[in-house]
Design a protein around this ligand. Structure first.
Ligand code: SF4
Length: 351
């Protein structure tokens, strides 16, 4: 079969990539398991922050079977600080599916990979191309930005049509000879060169870039405004008695399921007739659609007081609580209040 000629855009960014790429451990491997792990971590995390997590997770679970069999609590503990914990849970569900349905060897085609929990079109295309050289173009925010500028695509990237439009364009540009190289190149080009505020004077595409020629770089890509994040208040009591803390695991569906927290104030506190010492509030915490404000207090309960323990809570030593996965909001609360002795004993390892 005759090979189609490589598009000048593709040739340019691939040549740029050879010179400018960052050396990252997941680029040195063809192992689909390691690539998948890196892609899931990087879904909502910057490279510098994700790197140590990638190394720790791969060391703790060197093969997909190890991840499938790990206790969920130890996975969440290793994930602590990365946020978006559904990623970790889906990671484990997907590992279990690989063991169950593919006898432990990672699926090799885009159509199979996309069936794994937590894997969308972008991640499936990345794994299928990087590990198996399948010609599937990756499309993420970086790719939207690069293509919309170079080819003057006016489609609103927040619209439901955007993925289809940009995927067809990217797919028409991906060379059969080196799909992995093209995907790596366009992602890196978007991350390092064609950034939200790029330096076009050093860009190898400026001659052919439609946005640059028309002085429209700042206008593209077009993105309609997001809805405002909802503000919620979550206030905690750090309740201490005999050197232990009153804590619970969040078991309800919603944010932070499976993570641990101090006593969350939801109703009346009549059962706790002791003075409260105000703790420093952690900074406002942003989730994808929520903005969480938090205030917190420390309460020392006398040793001889028989406290009525609220349902779902129990006593735990600071060192055991340290070993549990906790939301970043709580890690911030702890590290901002190390002058409170019991919080000093919970020293978060992964900050
Ligand atoms: S010229 Fe500027 S806007 Fe166009 S591709 Fe290069 S960096 Fe992006």
């Amino acid at each position: 079969m005759q090979k189609s000629p490589i598009h000048p855009f593709s040739a340019t960014i691939m040549a740029w990539y050879v010179e400018h790429q960052r050396e990252l451990p997941w680029r040195q491997t063809k192992d689909p398991y390691a690539i998948w792990l890196s892609e899931i971590i990087l879904q909502q995390t910057r490279v510098a922050q994700g790197l140590p997590y990638y190394e720790r997770l791969l060391a703790a679970f060197p093969a997909v079977k190890d991840l499938a069999e790990a206790p969920e609590a130890s996975l969440l503990r290793l994930w602590q600080g990365l946020g978006y914990y559904s990623r970790a849970r889906n990671l484990q569900k997907a590992a279990q599916m690989v063991v169950r349905e593919f006898s432990g060897s990672f699926p090799q085609t885009y159509d199979q990979i996309i069936r794994l929990p937590g894997v969308g079109p972008y991640t499936a295309a990345a794994i299928a191309s990087f590990a198996f050289n399948e010609a599937k173009a990756v499309v993420d925010g970086n790719v939207f930005r690069v293509l919309s500028r170079v080819f003057a695509v006016e489609t609103d990237i927040a619209s439901s049509a955007a993925r289809g439009v940009f995927t067809s364009l990217a797919q028409s540009l991906i060379p059969d000879a080196d799909p992995a190289g093209f995907n790596q190149a366009i992602m890196e080009f978007g991350a390092l060169q064609c950034t939200p505020a790029p330096d076009c004077s050093v860009c190898p595409l400026r001659i052919s870039c439609a946005a640059f020629s028309a002085s429209r770089v700042a206008e593209l890509p077009i993105k309609s405004k997001k809805t405002k994040a909802k503000e919620i208040q979550m206030d905690y009591l750090v309740i201490e008695q005999k050197g232990e803390l009153l804590v619970r695991e969040r078991t309800e569906n919603g944010i932070w399921k499976g993570l641990w927290e101090f006593y969350l104030i939801e109703g009346s506190l009549e059962w706790l007739p002791f003075p409260r010492q105000t703790l420093k509030s952690p900074p406002v915490h942003l989730l994808s659609h929520r903005k969480i404000n938090c205030e917190a207090w420390h309460v020392q309960v006398p040793d001889n007081f028989d406290l009525e323990i609220p349902a779902g809570y129990g006593w735990m030593s600071p060192s055991e609580f340290e070993s549990k996965g906790k939301p970043v909001l709580l890690l911030n609360l702890i590290t901002d209040n190390l002058d409170c002795p019991i919080l000093q004993d919970i020293s978060p390892a992964y900050l």
